[in-house]
Design a protein around this ligand. Structure first.
Ligand SMILES: Nc1ncnc2c1ncn2[C@@H]1O[C@H](COP(=O)(O)OP(=O)(O)OP(=O)(O)O)[C@@H](O)[C@H]1O
Ligand SMILES: [Mg+2]
Length: 116
């Protein structure tokens, strides 16, 4: 995964080390429904570095969209952490460059997009 030979992987920290662009640890999200709690994500660990090309693959209902929605700050996790460029999704505020839409071709040019 990723083109580590290009020299583009990871964001530089003050100490000169690299860190993942997306750093997810122990991420969980349980939806509270009228019927019963629905566990959508349970203990997800994921690190993605700059230049990595990543596909989320899994059966329907395994939590792909929920994970992307957490990264895009459209859902709040019930456990764990998700750091994007070292910041929590809510901490990034309006500077966020990640977008989600169901019709990728209509997304803004330059926005990273994902189908739901
Ligand atoms: N808003 C919600 N309220 C309650 N349950 C939800 C909600 N959104 C998703 N879920 C449930 O969370 C689980 C994960 O759903 P999610 O949509 O993330 O799966 P998915 O992998 O994207 O599925 P698909 O491949 O069909 O798009 C499923 O059991 C789903 O029913
Ligand atoms: Mg989905």
């Amino acid at each position: 995964m990723g083109d580590r030979a290009s020299g583009t992987s990871g964001a530089a920290t003050a100490a000169g080390q690299t860190r993942p662009v997306i750093d997810i640890r122990g991420l969980s999200l349980t939806f509270q429904t009228d019927d019963k709690p629905v566990v959508a994500l349970d203990g997800i660990d994921l690190k993605i570095e700059a230049g990595d090309f990543v596909s989320l693959i899994g059966p329907s209902g395994c939590g792909k969209t929920t994970l992307l929605r957490v990264i895009a700050d459209l859902e709040r996790p019930t456990g764990g952490t998700a750091l994007i460029d070292g910041m929590s999704p809510e901490g990034r505020g309006s500077s966020a460059s990640t977008a989600m839409c169901s019709r990728p071709r209509r997304c803004s040019p330059g926005a990273r997009s994902s189908a739901t």
